[in-house]
Design a protein. Structure first.
Length: 338
């Protein structure tokens, strides 16, 4: 059970609760057991008003606590405690973490295989069948679920959560407070090959991938995402980057601090993405280009050259009836002959 006082403390790590002086001691001790929408929450749950279109549900909400802006503070039912903040959605995000605590054992499972030269700091949890290589360093309070592999000479920072079947290649550096979800691959071999005179008979010559992957602090990487090691220089993921499931980050890519990348995006090698960029789902980015800070790419955008001016960019066409799409496609092709 989580008290309102604990919720306020957690929210105020990001923003002030402007009416907290109006909340009495008894209310601060009130306990909650979960989160719900305005229409489904009960008196032991937290809810929030994210925008004006949901305001009609506020007056009848049965929630015990409601996060609102000052504009709607006087519309919260008397049966609920209002917490007034500038951004209810951000406050909800902060508070939700109190209800989603993950169990920790702080133990090393006897089936784990750990090299003698590895350094495992205090309060680290290592799950069944993990393999930790030579000279690996796992920082304090980090947790490795079952079947995680950490190859030689890799450093994992403090307070990291690494889910099942994650593989971290040799010589990589993982920062603090990093979350790697199930099946993530960090530091696998980049896709580098040189053609021979006739690849159909003599094949392709593999280029050894000699760089590392360096991941900053407070990074989240979703399930089945692959981040390749650099060919010569390193692949670098900055601080506070969030990456969705099924994303491909090729060798030598640099992603700037605070950027967000949605599912099925593919970023080709040696591309540099700036800070605070937002990349929608299924975006394709060609290699050896630069995208400046504060760029938004809408879903399924294809980026084939550098973007030097901040702003929002899109490509592709929205769905339409097939017959109309075919006519439009013909006209689009004809434009190339004008």
């Amino acid at each position: 059970m989580i008290t309102i006082e604990q919720i306020i403390t957690r929210i105020e790590q990001r923003q002030p609760v402007t009416n907290k002086t109006e909340i009495n001691a008894e209310q601060l001790r009130q306990e909650l057991d979960g989160v719900g929408s305005l229409t489904t929450a009960n008196h032991q749950q937290l809810s929030f008003l994210a925008g004006a279109r949901y305001a009609s549900s506020l007056a009848s909400s049965q929630a015990g606590v409601v996060l609102v802006t000052a504009e709607y503070g006087d519309q919260v039912p008397s049966s609920a405690v209002a917490l007034v903040v500038a951004s209810p959605y951000l406050a909800y995000a902060s508070a939700s973490q109190l209800f989603g605590r993950e169990p920790r054992s702080n133990e090393i499972h006897p089936s784990a295989v750990i090299a003698d030269s590895a350094i495992i700091d205090d309060n680290v949890s290592v799950g069944p069948f993990c393999v930790i290589g030579d000279h690996v360093h796992i920082g304090e309070r980090s947790s490795l679920a079952a079947h995680v592999v950490v190859e030689a000479n890799t450093t994992v920072g403090t307070d990291c959560i690494i889910k099942s079947h994650v593989v971290i290649g040799h010589d990589c550096i993982i920062g603090n407070h990093v979350r790697l979800h199930a099946g993530v691959s960090v530091g696998s071999e980049g896709f580098g090959f040189a053609p021979t005179t006739d690849p159909s008979t003599t094949g392709w010559e593999r280029i050894a991938q000699l760089g590392r992957v360096m991941i900053g602090d407070y990074v989240r990487i979703g399930s089945q995402t692959c981040i390749d090691r650099g060919a010569i220089d390193d692949t670098v993921i900055g601080n506070h980057v969030i990456i969705d499931n099924l994303v491909q980050v090729a060798h030598n890519v640099h992603i700037g601090d605070g950027s967000a990348i949605a599912a099925q995006t593919a970023i080709a090698g040696s591309t540099r993405i700036g800070k605070r960029c937002i990349i929608g789902g299924a975006v394709g980015i060609t290699g050896h280009i630069e995208i400046t800070d504060d760029v938004t790419l809408s879903g399924m955008t294809m980026v084939t050259k550098s973007i030097k001016t901040a702003g929002s960019y899109s490509s592709g066409t929205a769905a339409m009836p097939t017959a109309k799409w075919r006519r439009a496609a013909v006209r689009f092709r004809q434009l190339g002959h004008d």
